[in-house]
Design a protein around this ligand. Sequence first.
Ligand SMILES: Cc1cc2nc3c(=O)[nH]c(=O)nc-3n(C[C@H](O)[C@H](O)[C@H](O)COP(=O)(O)OP(=O)(O)OC[C@H]3O[C@@H](n4cnc5c(N)ncnc54)[C@H](O)[C@@H]3O)c2cc1C
Length: 561
Amino acid sequence: MSFEKVPRDAATRVIIVGAGIGGISTAIALRRQLKHDNFTIYELGNEVGGTWRANTYPGCASDVHTHWYSLSTDLNPNWPQSHVFQPDLKQYWQDLAHKYRLYDHIVFNSKVVSAEWVPKTQVYRVEVESVDGKRLVEYGRILVAGTGILNTPNYPTELSGVKKFKGDWFHSANWNHSVDLRSKRVAVIGNGCSAAQFLPIIAEEPTTQIVQFWRTPMWFLPKWRDTYSPLMQWVFTNIPLTLRWYRNFLMFRQEMLYMTVIRGGPNTWLRNRFMKGLTKYLKENAPEKYHDVLTPNYPFGCKRLILDTGYYESLHRPNVELNNDGIVEVNETGILTKKGETIPLDVIILGTGFLANDLPFHVRGSDGRSVHEYYKQQGGPTAYYGTMTPGFPNFFILSGPNTATGHGSVIFTEEVQINYMIKVIKPILSDLATAFEPTDAASDSYNAWVQSKLGKSVWNACTSWYRAEEGKGKITGIFPGTFVKFWWTLREPVWGDFKVSDGTRWKRRRAIGKVVKTVLGAGALGAGVYAIRNPEVVDHILGNLSKQASQLLSQVSSYVH
Ligand SMILES: Cc1cc2nc3c(=O)[nH]c(=O)nc-3n(C[C@H](O)[C@H](O)[C@H](O)COP(=O)(O)OP(=O)(O)OC[C@H]3O[C@@H](n4cnc5c(N)ncnc54)[C@H](O)[C@@H]3O)c2cc1C
């Protein structure tokens, strides 16, 4: 490795892993905010869009209001619905990649396998493997993991026998559209967001016999998909600020839900009232025989919110059956339940979610430690402000540990992180320093605050993908606060929390900046005090200024005529 030649432009190169929402948004921010063009995105798949490229199951849609679940710099007045479907979301991200001319910067079908910080050259050495098995090495001073949290399908161990199953089987994130479900006995395993969206759609075909296997009942929020008329879209397009204000209103509404119901311990008065309402909704919409098994025994807010897009209603269909007996194994012909019954099947669809806690490539930092080793030491994924890790200079993780808010748009969260990152890397790209990394002390202190807040929260009251150790350990997914709090926390880097490398020029500039600010501030204060004490002098200055302005205006108008 020491013989490898590092290209000169590596000093300002940004390597982005993943062309999902986070990767594309990072590239857009580099272009828009820093006019920076020296970046490459490596993407495992063959198109942009991440989640919205991979998930093509029937009914796949955003469960956050799309006017909010879109990029703040590129609002779309033409969304057809409040919660749009996957093809529209994928198209939106493809259009953005075209608009900002990003395709030339993306290397598709290429998996980043590892990255290692080389202290001598102050760059990451990144190994990339293409689908045809070729390996290449790339160097860059800044590394951004835009690999998301929900893209490694989860295959629970009790389902390992699915490989022996003689029929068709697939995970909802890799939907096999060539499998015809008509006249088939189909098992749907799981009842999270994805299964709740696709089950009602596949159940519309009366010859498809569905058995849904699941472990834990979920809280469902009432169905909620508005359509936007051409008039509304016209208003959003043509009347300034309406779309921006509408988006702000949607954010505010979700914040209110958090402030009133989700925040606080598991047993608050408002939460209990809310759960009563949801139980009533369940009883009014799901078949009576399932009321008991569908009622969760944990507090609302503990798991990610699920919208009822026709799930309860679909359980009334004669071709849909629930089975919560528990799965012992999948065998060649079907599923053996804990009651000793084998359910014969033709197709198995795994709606078993994702392995949410993993960074899908190896990163080694300045002290030789890997990110995974650091996570292990900390009892699960841990990061400074959810974005950087001590010992890993210039390395940023989008949707990193403890950044999810559970009640809203991941795009908002990632934009906050990206704007923070832009501020940290600006001195590096301006050649004022070579690296920034948070200190252990700063990271520990931030995470002590995070965990102390979460310790008393509702997220302790159930198992979920927000927690390490198979959903039972430390809460590593959730940020303990509102969106506004998250934005406020990351609005400016706390420079004292960082170790800086080769930062003499940057420190000098900051010192000069501070002196200039102090002098200007003192000057402004002095001028203010003087003006209060001597109003006649101010009148005189203003009078002169207005005279000069009117002379200038008359000169300009004489040119115009
Ligand atoms: C079905 C579904 C519905 C969802 N609905 C919502 C919603 O309504 N609202 C919401 O806020 N969130 C939702 N989410 C969460 C969603 O994942 C995020 O909103 C968002 O997509 C995160 O974007 P991302 O770019 O960080 O990750 P992703 O969209 O997951 O993109 C990551 C990209 O990185 C690539 N990649 C991974 N590893 C590597 C590697 N080693 N090398 C190269 N490339 C790699 C992947 O191929 C992928 O393209 C949903 C998730 C799912 C699965």
